[in-house]
Ligand binder design. Structure first.
Ligand SMILES: Cc1cc2nc3c(=O)[nH]c(=O)nc-3n(C[C@H](O)[C@H](O)[C@H](O)COP(=O)(O)OP(=O)(O)OC[C@H]3O[C@@H](n4cnc5c(N)ncnc54)[C@H](O)[C@@H]3O)c2cc1C
Length: 394
């Protein structure tokens, strides 16, 4: 039976947060992904990621990940709802396709937001076409949630910066053509002393120190900088603006992490419905039991609640409003909710649910990191409470 008819999976596109252009985009991408993107992967994630970036670029989807119509972007400012419907749709079809799209945006986001015209000209059109792969290098072994603790240094020597230190958990590490690297340039103490630099792969003094294998495989690496000289023309924005730029970049993409979680959850609900209505037991089907119906009801309610929060945040951002609290709520609700939905779907599949490369088994692994990166759940909780308490102050 066709899973696509099961959960009225595109009905949320009619919600008033979206416009016709988003509906058209989602439907066209869904049709494209059905034809071009496989849910299972053959094991060589580097090759698969490169191929996905190539085909997403060739088909024109990557232009939504880049800001600036003069530089290959679909719009001058990245449309949050567009990247949300794209990530939700791709995640439903393939975690790796969603990853490939998202990293092109996150990796080039600082350039879209604050790059000099020459930097935009050099990097953004290639990102949008899928000719260059991008990476965002902020985290370090001792600076994850606590970004301001980062120690990688950028010493200014004449018209160059010299980078020394390490970055870790860098997605696309090892296959990226360029990395946006945040380092301590010491214009001021703490977070006001960081700057962002574009480092091309192959620059002397820059190495991929270690590839990292994770539960849902994708290219990931620890990077090492050892006297790596970068012309100051590769610095994005002014010295000391790196922290703000990193936060602005994450702010654009945080709501889209929630959207990716929705895509995984939607696929899990489809799989749950498929199994519940076809698995025969005790002279009926699994779906005939009220315990199963209660589970399905909870899954659908959790999913719609998270989707409403996600598209509220995206709508608010596209209307120029502050979304610090709303984006944090969306990421928290969607990633935690998706984990519960996927777990319930896997349970319905019984033993088959834990067989390698079954869709629910894959989703079970794919969702996990979303509760950690771009601000762990606990960090989102702190942001929400801080914003609420701030609003109470006179
Ligand atoms: C698959 C994957 C891809 C990634 N890709 C990138 C990338 O492309 N670029 C990049 O720069 N980074 C990337 N990261 C890094 C990611 O952003 C960090 O892992 C994340 O910020 C958490 O940092 P940490 O791992 O050092 O955990 P820690 O900072 O040590 O936090 C550990 C745990 O502590 C808890 N915690 C944190 N703060 C608080 C608090 N205030 N109160 C209570 N509990 C708290 C949370 O549960 C958190 O998970 C990636 C990570 C993963 C797993």
């Amino acid at each position: 039976m066709n899973v696509e008819t099961r959960s009225e999976r595109l009905s949320h596109l009619d919600w008033p947060f979206l416009e016709d252009q988003h509906r058209t985009l989602a439907r066209a991408l869904d049709a494209w992904a059905t034809e071009h993107v496989a849910h299972s992967h053959d094991g060589n994630v580097d090759a698969e990621c490169r191929a996905l970036v190539r085909s997403l670029g060739d088909a024109g989807w990557l232009c939504h990940a880049v800001g600036g119509t003069g530089f290959g972007g679909a719009a001058d400012v990245i449309d949050t709802r567009a990247i949300c419907v794209i990530r939700e749709t791709l995640a439903r079809h393939s975690g790796l396709a969603d990853f490939a799209f998202a990293m092109q945006g996150l990796g080039s986001g600082a350039i879209s937001l604050a790059g000099a015209p020459a930097q935009k000209e050099r990097y953004l059109p290639r990102v949008a076409r899928g000719d260059a792969i991008a990476a965002f290098a902020l985290s370090e072994p001792d600076a994850g949630s606590d970004v301001a603790a980062l120690r990688c240094t950028a010493r200014i020597e004449g018209d160059h910066a010299v980078l020394d230190g390490e970055k870790t958990w860098i997605s696309n590490g090892g296959i990226a053509d360029f990395y946006v690297v945040f380092a301590r340039s010491d214009e001021a103490p703490g977070s006001r002393g960081l700057s962002a630099f574009i480092v091309d792969a192959g620059t002397p003094g820059f190495d991929v120190a270690e590839r990292i294998a994770v539960i849902a495989p994708h290219p990931l690496a620890r990077l090492r900088f050892d006297g790596c000289r970068i012309p100051l023309s590769q610095r994005i924005g002014a010295g000391g603006e790196g922290f703000k730029l990193a936060m602005r970049t994450l702010d654009v993409f945080r709501t889209s992490v929630a959207a990716a979680a929705l895509g995984f959850a939607r696929r899990a609900l489809d799989e749950a419905l498929l199994r519940a209505t076809t698995r025969k037991m005790f002279n009926q089907t699994l779906a005939d039991f009220q315990l199963t119906q209660a589970k399905l009801a909870q899954m659908a309610t959790t999913l719609d609640s998270a989707a409403l929060l996600t598209y509220r945040a995206a709508w608010q951002r596209d209307h120029g409003r502050n979304v610090t609290k709303e984006a944090a709520m969306a990421k928290l609700a969607a990633t935690e909710g998706a984990q519960q939905i996927i777990d319930a779907a896997l349970q319905m599949w019984g033993g088959l649910g834990v067989v390698s490369e079954q869709p629910v088994e894959r989703l079970y692994r794919e969702i996990r990191a979303l509760r950690i990166y771009e601000g762990a759940t606990e960090v989102q909780q702190l942001i929400i409470a801080r914003e609420m308490l701030k609003a109470l102050r006179p």
